[in-house]
Design a protein around this ligand. Structure first.
Ligand code: GBH
Length: 443
């Protein structure tokens, strides 16, 4: 549990919360939005644990004013949302849909009017379905389509967006979406999914160039990272740890920071053209770090298709998702990035950090989530400790503002500071919201 007041954070430290388009917006057919791979996937039987879809989600598309008021009441200095590519370019290629951009235009102005910096992610996994039909991220052209979409979006929202984030967690989109089939588009290619890594990174680099031509605001990417804990002390266990680290933590970072692909990351050189690596290594202003938990790794059984085996870590409390609560892992991770990339590492903002619990209103309609308060307290202390260790961390965003549609888990996992009743759309700030509000106010 929390032990005394949190230490001070540097002046200008950015306090934020994060969401993503498909998880909150709903309004799947509104104002010319086209279908995305997540519409297709969620509407395919058996893909989502509770059979739900994001058709309505938190109905944020119609309730954005109420949600901005919640942000303002929380007192955050920034709000990280994602822009739905299929609203902006419904067919994925060609004509821009101005009505789709209107929604984000109003949202951005409303945020600014409330003193909240808009932080926009361009791709949080909702690829326009027509692009998937043309090959999706397995196809090199998708990287160019992404840059066109970035250009059109920045032409409209330009400098009013205070931080641009190209991709969210390209590793998860590759591995769960194209390697294991757990996320859209549901492909199970294992290591043959590598082109999805390269084309996302290429799209990132091309989008950075497009953004630089349109805006003076800083540009980032949001990667997910997990510090690797090797369980076992054989050479094979250590090799498994190295292999997992290369795949999970380095594959989407080494090339961004000018180091090319890591040796052990099963790179399919057939899709990598030499000039691509320069495009991908375009200078970044901020590295977004999404952190949830560390990962236990040991040597695989003989005959395993993977060069490592993932093992649940013992000795930690667990969230409703069964993920270990390990704030020490965040400090360890930030230190690892600092040591590994040294002077090449841009300032870091923790662009997601949060937890799911089975939160429900009590008889008075209040929602108490002491576990989330303890979680946030611990992770903020870990960030503060990492700053003392010498890591340049300039912001922290809680995942998430609202309980929302948690991908393959549907509505069964609640990550919000604000409880949402998905029958009535009633929003109820949880005790963690009040805790975070008071903490930000005191700064
Ligand atoms: C993020 O992904 C997404 O960006 C966001 O949309 C999503 O809602 C949020 O997190 C919550 O899920 O098997 O115990 O080691 C998170 C990616 C991948 C992080 C799985 C935790 C494994 C936990 N996650 N990972 S464990």
């Amino acid at each position: 549990m929390p032990t005394g007041p949190l230490p001070r954070f540097p002046d200008g430290f950015r306090w934020g919360v994060s969401t993503s388009a498909y998880q909150i917006e709903g309004a799947a057919d509104a104002d010319g939005r086209g279908p995305s791979i997540w519409d297709t996937f969620a509407h395919s039987p058996g893909r989502i644990v509770d059979g739900s879809t994001g058709d309505v989600a938190c109905d944020h598309y119609h309730r954005h004013a109420e949600d901005v008021a919640l942000l303002a009441g929380l007192g955050v200095s920034a709000y990280r949302f994602s822009i739905a590519w299929p609203r902006v370019v419904p067919t994925g290629t060609g004509a821009v849909n101005p009505a789709g951009l209107d929604f984000y235009d109003r949202l951005v102005d409303d945020l600014l009017a409330h003193g909240v910096d808009p932080v926009a992610t361009l791709f949080h996994w909702d690829l326009p379905q027509p692009l998937e039909d043309a090959g999706g991220w397995l196809d090199r052209d998708t990287a160019h389509r992404f840059a066109e979409y970035a250009d059109a979006t920045a032409a409209r929202l330009g400098d009013r967006v205070k931080l641009w984030i190209t991709l969210n967690e390209p590793f998860i989109h590759m591995s769960l979406g194209h390697g294991m089939g757990v996320h859209a588009p549901g492909k199970m290619l294992l290591f043959d999914a590598f082109p999805v890594a390269h084309h996302q990174l290429l799209g990132h680099g091309l989008a950075v160039a497009a953004l630089r031509a349109r805006t003076a605001s800083p540009v980032a990417i949001a990667n997910n990272y997990s510090p690797v804990r090797v369980l076992g002390d054989t050479d094979a266990d250590r090799a498994a740890g190295t292999a997992y680290e290369a795949l999970h933590n380095r594959l989407f970072t080494d090339p961004l920071l000018g180091r090319g692909y890591p040796d052990s990351a099963a790179v399919d050189t057939g899709v990598v053209r030499a000039a691509d690596l320069d495009v991908i290594a375009a200078p970044l202003d901020v590295l977004g770090v999404n952190y949830y938990n560390p990962t236990g790794v040991r040597a695989p059984e003989d005959g395993s298709p993977l060069p490592f085996e993932l093992v649940p870590l013992e000795g930690y409390p667990r969230t409703a998702f069964d993920w270990p609560v390990a704030p020490d892992g965040l400090r360890e991770l930030l230190g690892w990035l600092h040591r590994t990339y040294g002077a090449d590492l841009p300032p870091i903002q923790v662009t997601e950090s949060g937890c799911a619990y089975d939160d429900a209103p009590d008889a008075e309609g209040r929602v108490h989530d002491p576990d989330r308060i303890a979680y946030l307290d611990g992770h903020l202390r870990a960030v503060r400790a990492a700053i003392d260790d010498g890591v340049d961390v300039t912001g922290y965003f809680v995942w998430s503002l609202l309980d929302n549609w948690e991908w393959a888990e549907g509505f069964t996992k609640r990550f919000g500071l604000v409880h949402v009743d998905f029958d009535t759309q009633l929003r109820t700030p949880k005790s963690s919201y009040t805790w975070l509000r008071d903490l930000i106010r005191a700064r």
